[in-house]
Design a protein around this ligand. Structure first.
Ligand SMILES: [Zn+2]
Length: 661
């Protein structure tokens, strides 16, 4: 298997002679695929029902002359002005009260019938026209569904559908009142159509049960829209044409369930931007290791597509640090090392005009550029290395679990200011960063790990599993974990585990509730640390706890660390414990350990679980892959701006090497 090299291309911005010279340059660089059309609805349907594919027919044929095949995005993320004029109510209303306006993207509500019916008709016409075209190899549904705040809408269309959804879920209003606990603050409802939508408030908050269900409803709405497009395409196109959609970071910054969005699609797709907008430095590589592992875990296939791979500085309003072309190429290697088999660079050309004027491309308005030469060199010189392992299974003995409902609950009821991270007004990233805290040790110690949904995961392949921020506990998940630990599995539980049931109702036994026997502890007291820290001792190692501090009473567990902070009422009490359960072990960690704490704690945990932690130095990743014959190889990435020696080999600054064993 070879890497599929492609790039995002917008022929609506260039003339045919330019496209011809671009195709020639792509070919010289080894780029054989273009992704087209994902914002071009108004180009292909300038008036309602009048489809005009002339531009894209010409462009697809022109690229084909140069051996370049096309991937088409269904252009439902931006809609034509005639559709807006037909029904201005199709525009989303954000829970903050900000009204969207025509001309932006992802602004239409996927519960607005005028919009969805027009989108489905457009996708039908598109699939009918290109479904048998041998120069079209695949499809991308929409663009970044749920991104930029479009995961939550509180318009009148949503309100109607919300009431319907509640009726189907609860059947009787009394059940809803009981599950949400509406008796408090006197919000008992007598009809489903009385129930409000959660919006930003001056003070206080809506009923948490209502918020959780609204976010589930929003996700279902987005998923239904994507799945309808998928079935239209699958029913019309040649079987060889694949279908995916482009997801985006962070995985849990939105309420939309990305796994559900992807259901039935051929593989996962992702947009990989390690630095964006006004950032002065990239987000650390271990965060991206977590994100790429999450994307790999969304599909049964070991490989996925990067539909937008960072090439150069990007932003919409503002720009930040410039990274070297070597570092940008390393991020391509990073994606492939974690399972990507298709790389579409974003984007081929910097646009002179339009909303993505600050999204710099491989080429500027002049022809060749340093970026072009660097990408070309990377493709030509690294392809043999990539080919050794691309598409092979990704072996992992450790796994980090996530749960979408827990993320949805923590989004608004964030417990501690340490989890209140809001890089953009529409985005909350605290849940992701807390999970990364427990994923980073795998990366640092060269342990391959998966990221999977707690509900869906098959635990059999793993020796070590980590479950964090699992407040809302599903008893089936608890039973699955208990059976696996009994057989020898090692489980790490984080603070606040198991304090509620899966409908967000507090349990009536001591925390960690259903996990108490498994963990061998009870939470005696707790404190939200917000942005402060508490001193901790792991054996002789001084460390710190952040975000939250639980003092543990041991029932059957043994202590591993305690608080060592005289200012705290829980000074000297246990904060980390380990319990033997059947043939396995359960670790309970009552605080968010800082870097040094994680380093020493996980070294012990990984060794106990029979894994072989090896620290190769800061900024070094060693990822185990299989070559095409099934032999173990190591993909070594150096994220440092200087050369390093790893496993006896020199690895240049921002470079990748592949070694046997
Ligand atoms: Zn809506």
């Amino acid at each position: 298997m070879e890497v599929m090299w492609g790039t995002a291309y917008y022929p609506e911005q260039w003339d045919l002679p330019t496209i011809e010279s671009d195709a020639r340059l792509m070919n010289e660089a080894g780029i054989r695929y273009v992704r087209l059309m994902e914002f071009a609805w108004a180009c292909i349907e300038p008036e309602e029902g009048c489809f005009d594919f002339a531009l894209f027919d010409k462009v697809i044929a022109k690229f084909a002359e140069f051996g370049i095949k096309s991937v088409l995005g269904t252009p439902s993320a931006t809609y034509p002005i005639w559709l807006y004029e037909k029904d201005p109510s199709l525009i989303q209303i954000h829970p903050t009260g900000i009204n969207r306006i025509f001309g932006t993207r992802r602004g239409a509500c996927c519960n607005a019938g005028t919009y969805t019916q027009a989108a489905y008709k457009m996708v039908e016409a598109l699939a009918d026209h290109y479904g048998k075209n041998s120069n079209v190899v695949g499809w991308q549904i929409d663009n970044e569904l749920g991104h930029e705040g479009s995961d939550r809408c509180v318009c009148e269309h949503c309100k109607r559908e919300w009431h319907q959804w509640l009726q189907e879920k609860f059947k009787k209003i009394e059940t809803l009142n009981a599950v949400w606990g509406t008796t408090f603050w006197g919000t008992q409802y007598s009809r489903f159509d009385q129930i409000p939508q959660p919006k930003s408030e001056v003070a206080s908050m809506q009923n948490p049960g209502l918020i959780l269900d609204y976010y589930r409803f929003c996700s279902v709405s987005a998923v239904r829209f994507a799945q309808r497009q998928l079935s239209i395409i699958k029913n019309r196109v040649a079987p060889a044409q694949w279908v995916t959609t482009n997801l985006y970071p962070p995985p849990h910054g939105v309420v939309t369930d990305m796994a559900e969005l992807l259901r039935g699609m051929d593989f996962a797709g992702f947009d990989y931007y390690p630095i964006w907008g006004n950032m002065n430095e990239p987000i650390p590589y271990f965060f991206w290791a977590y994100v790429l592992s999450y994307i790999r875990g969304l599909s049964a296939k070991p490989d996925f597509a990067i539909l937008e791979q960072f090439t150069r500085i990007q932003g919409h309003w503002c720009l930040g640090a410039t990274v070297s072309s070597k570092q940008a190429n390393l991020w391509t290697s990073h994606a492939i090392a974690y399972g990507a088999s298709k790389i579409f660079y974003f984007r081929w050309r910097t646009a002179a005009l339009g909303q993505e004027q600050l999204c710099y491309g491989i080429l500027d308005n002049d022809k060749k550029s340093a970026c072009y030469e660097s990408i070309k060199e990377n493709i030509l010189t690294k392809s043999a290395d990539y080919q050794r392992f691309v598409g092979t299974p990704f072996p992992a003995e450790a796994c980090l679990l996530y749960d979408k409902d827990n993320m949805r609950m923590l989004r608004d009821q964030y417990l501690t200011e340490g989890l209140l991270m809001e890089p953009a007004p529409f985005l909350r990233t605290g849940y992701d960063y807390e999970l990364v805290r427990s994923f980073a040790p795998f990366v640092i110690y060269g342990i391959n790990a998966d990221v999977k949904s707690a509900r869906e995961v098959d635990l059999a392949p793993y020796k070590l599993v980590s479950l964090q921020l699992y407040q809302l506990a599903d008893k089936d998940v608890v039973q699955k974990l208990a059976a696996w630990v009994k057989q020898g599995g090692h489980l790490v539980l984080g603070w606040r585990t198991g304090v509620r049931d899966s409908e967000n109702r507090a349990i009536d036994t001591a925390a960690p509730g259903l996990f108490s026997e498994l963990a061998g502890v009870e939470v005696e007291s707790f404190e939200s640390l917000n942005k402060t820290k508490v001193k901790v001792k792991l054996g002789l190692i001084p460390a710190k706890g952040e975000n939250w501090a639980e003092a543990l009473r041991l029932t059957t567990a043994r202590p591993l660390a305690h608080y060592n902070d005289k200012k705290k009422p829980y000074h000297k009490q246990v904060c980390v414990a380990v319990n033997s359960y059947g043939k396995g072990k359960v670790y309970y960690v009552g605080t968010s350990l800082n870097e040094i704490g994680l380093f020493f704690f996980y070294r012990k945990v990984l060794k106990d679980a029979g894994l072989k932690p090896k620290f190769y130095g800061k900024g070094i990743e060693v990822i185990k892959r299989q070559d095409q014959d099934g032999k173990e190889i190591s993909v070594i990435l150096n994220h440092n701006p200087r050369a390093k020696r790893v496993k006896g080999r020199r690895v240049d600054a921002f470079d990748m090497i592949v070694t046997d064993g």
